[in-house]
Structures are given as C-alpha cells and as structure tokens.
Design a protein around this ligand. Structure first.
Ligand code: ATP
Ligand code: MG
Length: 753
C-alpha cells in the first residue's frame, strides 16, 4: 500500500527507486555527476536494514574517503531514525585492515600488527637498499616504495610479479620487494598496500575464511567504482562471487585516478563479471543549474573513450559559467577574493564555496590573499602551503641563514639532504651546546676546531658552516630570491627531490619554485620569515564558516553552491605531462578532471586563466587551456573587458606578450630534472654507511660545570683517555694524551683526572 511506504522512497525518481529496490542480484548504477548515485547507495543501505533483509553487520559498504564513510553513516542513521551499529562501512583500507586483524596469522602476522606510515616504510627500504649495495642516489627508497606500491595496487605479491616487469635497479626491485615483505613480517607490520593484498592471499589460501564472509555479507555496496584499482576489484569480486548481491555505482567520466592504478575498465567489465547484472542509468541531475551542467557536458563530449550518457535537469538555468582571463596569479587570487566577499555580502555561506586547483602549489597565492583579507579558509585533503615538508625544510635553511642560533631549524636540515650526520653527531652537538649554554651552530663552530669529531664528520660540519656563512654574505649582493635559489641548489636540497622518483616529488619541486616566487614578493628575507610565522599563526578553528581550498582530485563526490576553478592554462591544466604524452589517455584524464571540477558546482561556477605566471621570478606567458575553448559558447559568460587576455584561437596572447617565452615548465619537474646534469655535490659523506663516520655519543661524557684548567693539569677525556693540558685557548684545550697524542678538545668534554 502506497500510504505505508517509507518517505525516503517517495522522494526518489523512478530509476533511482529501481536501483534502491532491486535488492537481489548484481546491480550497476552507471550515471553522470550529481544524478544521485551516492544518494541511491545510501538509501539502498537504509532500505536493506529497515526492511530487515540484513543486520548492520551483514552489509559491506565501501566508500572512497573516510569523510564519505562518515557522511554515509550519518545519512543512514538519519533515514532510519537510529544509528546502525556494526556495519562494515569504510574505505577499502579501513575494511581491509579490519579483516586482516581477524586472520593475521594466515599471512604470518599477529592481530596487533602495526600499519607503517610512509616514513617508516622509507627507513625500512633504505636499510634493505644499503644491505644490497644499491646506490641510493640513483635509486632512492621512495622510488622503490612507489614501484612496490604499484605492484600491490595490481594485486601482485612478489612471486606473482611478471618476469618482464622487473621495476628498478636492473631488475633487483623484485628481490627488494621480497626482502621488504619478509622484514615487515618480522616486524609484525604491514603497509597500506598490504591491507588488501594480504586479504587476497587469505581469501585464496583459506577457502573456508572466504566462505565465512560469503555467509556474512548478504549485501555489498560500492561507491565511486570507476576508480577502483586491480587489487580492490579482485577483492570485491572474491567477496561477491557467492551470493552476487553487489551494487556498484560509478561514472566512467569521473575516473581520475588512472595515474594511481585505477582501471576504468573495471566498470565496463561489470556485466561480464556478473552475468545477468541489472544496469540502471540515472539521467536527471539534481545538483547543478542547466548552464553548469551544459558547460560540463560540452567539455567532456570531447573525450573519445566514453560510454556516453544523457544528462538533464529541471533546475533553473541559473547564471552562465563565468570565464575570466586575468593578468597573473595575483590578480587571479584578488579576483576570487573579491567575488567571495561580494557573495558573502549577499549572505552566502563561506562553507558553500570552494576553490579547486589542479596542482597543490596553486593554493599558496589564494592562502596569502585570504590571510591578507582576513578570510577564513581550510585546505582539505592536504596541508596548508607552509606546512608541507619541503617548504618547512627550505624554510629551515632560510631561518638558519637569517638567524644562526635557530636550533630547531638547524637540527631539521642538518642531515637533509643526507650528509652523514646521524643521531650520534647531533647528540654530540647538543651536548656541546648544552655544556656551553650556546646554540648548536656556535657549538659546531667550536667543535670543528677540535678533535672531538671524527675527521669526516668534522669536514662535513665545517663545510656546512662555511656554506651558511657564504649564503648569508650573498644577501648583500644578490636579491634574496636568488640567494634562496642558490641555497636550494648548493645544499643539494633541490637535487634530492630531483633524484626522487616517487610520484609526489614533482609536486614538491613545484612547491619549492612557488616558495622562491613567494620570497621574491618581499623586501627582505626577514620580512618574509616574519610573514610566514604570522601566516602559520593563523590557526584554523573549528567553525565551519570557512572557504574550502583543495585539489580537484580531493573534490570528488563533493558539492558546493559556488566553485572557483583557477589556472585553466595549457601546461598547468591540462598538465604539461599530459600534453607531452604521445597518446590521448593523459589528456582525457585531465578532461575528466575538468568535468569533475565543473560538476561540483550547484549554482555558480567561475573559471579563471592567467596570461602570465611568474615562475622562479621569471614571467611566463601562457595560453588559455584548450578546455576553455571547449566550453559551449551558449553557457558561458566570457568577461568582455578582461577577455582580451583570453582568446587562444586569436593568438592574441602572443601578439600582446610576444616578448615572453611560452613555456610552462612548473609542472614538469621530471623533464627538467632529466635534462639537468647529474653529478652530486661533494658533501663530505657518502651514502654508504654513515654509522662508520659517526662520533659515538656514548664515548662522550660531560661535566656538570667545566673545571678551571691550567697548563699541566691532568685530565680525562672519554674518547682519548688520560692526558696533560698543553695549551688553553678560550674554551678549547690542547692536550697531550698518553695514548692518543696531541689533540684539541672542548674543555667541557674533559674532566680533571
Ligand atoms: P557524483 O557523481 O558527483 O558523486 P552523485 O551521482 O553521487 O554525484 P549525489 O551526490 O548522490 O550524486 O546527489 C547530488 C545531489 O542531488 C545531492 O545534493 C542529492 O541530495 C540530490 N538528489 C539526488 N537525488 C535526488 C532526488 N531524487 N530528489 C532531490 N534531490 C536529489
Ligand atoms: Mg557520489
């Protein structure tokens, strides 16, 4: 009877309803953005539970992010009027971990295994590389981590890696992979990739375990199916193969993780994997105005490899998508800021506005502008610019240059990049500093005048001190931006990331360039450093009233009333890497990203492109993204006045700014790194076995207070033994040791004998 039907069903359209009520058997919901896929999935979950088809513990629901899992949990509770406890609802990782804890012993782990973070993982790999005499400079641990991660994404345990797929270091990567897995087992640990990989091993080797899950999980639901990788796909297929009550929702046009191993093919294969599968298509978009929807559809229509779908909306036409060319990234940030203020004056909520960028380094200009304006913002799915590791490292160098007694800064970069100054050296510096009540740098200056340090460590530290003195002196002659560039080059810091083959290395290099750019905007290094400490102080509080800043990738599945899409320039978006690729795969993935971006908007969407971007203090002139041209004319409002910067077709850009070289290399760190000559900096230490050149900290004992020594005093030194003071120079003593001969030592490191 109609009257009895739950309210959550009656608000659905007929197709959505079919997807919710078609409970038994495999079901694929294949539909464009904003058509209610996630809503269908949530409602279906509530429906299964409230009609008593399954207990919460008998449903498995997979979301793409933890945030999405939380939202789904809340929405289900809202629909059902009570919290559903015990559901297996979470990301692939979260659910994989939960299962692995239950059967850890099968893969040689205990149920209390630890999940390594990236740092631990790299440290472990580093040890293995050293033991195998693999040159870390040529093949950094991160590169191995990336290769191993990709194998795991493909569901490949070491033994399963195909022979032709040998990875890095002349095929030794598979061997390292094997050793790495062995080490993890010894440590009772696993990495993120293992969470699913071990599950696969368990299911395949223990049929009764799998059968148990078949009995348990009556229903399986999966959101964002287009972005599953091979391991996730295999995992789902194994779990679903018995009762086949699996419902996946996805959109082939929103597959944006191909670069991380996702296979859009999984969605296309669904019907053959699960014969007899129902396929529901949703065509009505409930999210966006018709102009926004038409603009997005117009762009994605340029992709060839797609299933193709119709999308329509009964929503109002709304405002056209605003397209605006600006002079440079500062004007871009200013324009966005002004628009936000105008919307705010109209009573719109900041929480309903988002700035979606292609590259993480783009956030800085916006962050600075917002801070200046006093506009609250948060960076979702990432760190704020000045919190990022490479920025903090680079800033540490600058802080030591500005103020050599900044111990925290010095300690941070003492051995970054690696120069053979390990914990023991640092400890020794600390002891000396404490004993003298001075800073680490001052202590280092004294220590290198003595024999306290092993010769190689001494040479290294002496070199570092000289570097810092030289860089500081450069501030008199060069611009501070030039000095920063020099510092990053000469310290080997830039090179460290250039040699790093991990997927996040190019982004870090972009951020470093962006940092140089930022510094260039200040009068002095000190002014800049002060600015950053103020920026960092702008702590985020928990009010929700904040503008959202995030990458396009992080925005998947979300929606906002107003969306700003800056940086639509060839070379930035689409990225230079995608443009350089021979096939169209990369370009099509970028275009899907553009589609994801536009379709996040409910009411207003603004697209910006800048005629110029300063990179490393150099102006580069850019042409608008090809995606700008692909926007259907009827649905966009091109800024008439500013549009002069913007017609790619007319080549106006070149006419106007013909003097500038067209090149947008900031997304192309790899290429630059490749063309750059190799050749490491001679930094005192090899990458071999740093512990060999360490001063051993236990050998040093420090007196509570330095005693007064005279020439002729008998003293004891932990490292050199007994001896007689032969000379005194400030706080350094020359001592004739009985066994070690004449040495210079710190007075605080000896005691009266
Ligand atoms: P995406 O592809 O971006 O993940 P989606 O297909 O998952 O989008 P949802 O996020 O589920 O779409 O829905 C988009 C918006 O439309 C949401 O605000 C949702 O509440 C609303 N919506 C969906 N279906 C209906 C409906 N039948 N009636 C009213 N609003 C709806
Ligand atoms: Mg969704």
């Amino acid at each position: 009877p109609v009257g009895a039907e739950p309210a959550y069903l009656s608000v659905l359209n007929p197709e959505q309803r079919r997807a919710v009520e078609c409970i038994d058997g495999p079901l694929l919901v294949l539909a464009g953005a904003g058509t209610g896929k996630t809503r269908v999935l949530t409602t279906r979950l509530a429906h299964i539970l409230s009609t008593g088809r399954a207990w919460p513990s008998q449903v498995l629901a997979v979301t793409f992010t933890n945030k999405a899992a939380r939202e789904m949990r809340e929405r289900v509770a809202g629909l059902m009027g009570r919290a559903a406890e015990g559901m297996w609802l979470g990301t692939f990782h979260a659910i994989g971990a939960r299962m692995l804890r239950r059967h850890a012993e099968v893969v040689g782990l205990r149920s209390d295994f630890t999940i390594l973070d990236t740092d631990d993982q790299l440290r472990l790999l580093k040890q293995l590389l050293q033991a195998s005499n693999i040159d870390e400079k040529k093949f950094p641990p991160r590169a191995f981590a990336a290769v191993i991660g990709r194998w795991k994404d493909r569901g490949l345990a070491p033994a399963a890696v195909p022979a032709g797929d040998s990875g890095l270091a002349d095929g030794r990567a598979v061997e390292i992979y094997r050793q790495y897995q062995d080490r993890l087992a010894t440590l009772n640990a696993c990495d993120f990739g293992d969470l699913l990989l071990h599950n696969l091993t368990i299911f395949q080797s223990q049929p009764e375990v799998l059968a148990d899950y078949h009995r348990r999980f009556r229903y399986i639901l999966v959101d964002e199916y287009q972005d599953t990788n091979v391991a996730q796909y295999l995992w789902l297929r194994l779990l679903a193969q018995a009762n086949r009550n699996i419902c996946c929702v996805g959109d082939d046009d929103q597959s944006i993780y191909g670069w991380r191993g996702a296979e859009v093919g999984n969605i296309l294969r669904f019907e053959s994997d699960f014969p007899g599968a129902e396929v529901v298509r949703l065509e009505r978009n409930y999210r966006s105005t018709s102009h926004i929807l038409a603009a997005a559809s117009g762009v994605i229509a340029n992709n060839e490899g797609r299933l193709g779908k119709t999308l329509w909306t009964e929503g109002e036409a709304g405002e056209k998508v605003a397209v605006r060319g600006v002079w440079d990234q500062d004007e871009e940030a200013r324009a966005v800021g002004e628009e936000i203020e105008a919307l705010q004056r109209d009573g719109r909520s900041l929480a309903q506005m988002a700035i979606l960028v292609r590259a993480g380094s783009q956030t800085r200009a916006f962050e600075e502008r917002f801070i200046q304006m006093g506009l609250r913002y948060r960076v979702i799915g990432g760190l704020r610019f000045y919190e990022r590791q490479e920025i903090r490292d680079a800033m540490a160098y600058l802080r030591v240059i500005a103020q050599e007694d900044d111990d925290l800064a010095l300690e941070r970069i003492l051995n970054v990049p690696k120069r053979g100054l390990g914990d023991a050296s640092v400890q020794l510096l600390h002891q000396a500093a404490r004993a003298k009540g001075t800073s680490l740098m001052k202590a280092a200056r004294h220590l290198v005048e003595t024999d306290e340090l092993r010769p190689r460590v001494r040479t290294t530290i002496r070199g570092l001190i000289a570097d810092f003195d030289r860089w500081r002196a450069m501030l008199d002659g060069l611009s501070h931006a030039e000095v920063v560039e020099t510092v990053l080059d000469e310290s080997g810091y830039t090179e460290m990331w250039q040699n790093d083959r991990s997927p996040d290395a190019p982004g870090r290099l972009e951020n470093l360039k962006e940092l140089v750019q930022a510094i260039d905007e200040f009068d002095s290094l000190t002014a800049f450093l002060e600015h950053v400490s103020l920026v960092m102080d702008n702590d985020q509080d928990d009010t929700n009233e904040m503008v959202n800043v995030m990458t396009l990738h992080a925005a998947k599945g979300l929606e906002f009333d107003t969306v700003f899409l800056p940086g639509w320039e060839d070379g930035l978006f689409p990225s230079q890497r995608a443009l350089d690729e021979s096939g169209v795969a990369g370009l099509e993935e970028e275009r899907r990203l553009a589609y994801v971006g536009i379709t996040r908007a409910r009411q207003r969407c603004y697209i910006f492109f800048a005629a110029n971007r300063r990179v490393y203090g150099q102006w580069q002139s850019n042409i608008p993204s090809r995606f700008v041209d692909e926007l259907p004319e009827d649905h966009v409002a091109r800024d008439a006045q500013k549009g002069v910067y913007g017609s790619r077709a007319a080549g106006i850009n070149e006419e106007l700014y013909g003097g500038f070289v067209y090149e947008a290399p900031w997304l192309d760190a790899e290429r630059r790194a490749a063309s750059r000559k190799g050749g490491g900096r001679a930094e005192g230490s090899g990458r071999g076995r740093p512990e060999m050149i360490e001063a051993s900290a236990e050998q040093v004992r420090i007196d509570d207070g330095p005693a007064a020594y005279r020439v002729g005093s008998r003293v004891f030194h932990q490292k050199f033994g007994y001896g007689k003071v032969a000379g005194i120079d400030d706080n350094k003593l020359t001592i004739d040791f009985d066994k070690a001969g004449r040495k210079r030592v710190m007075d605080s490191f000896v005691q009266p004998a």
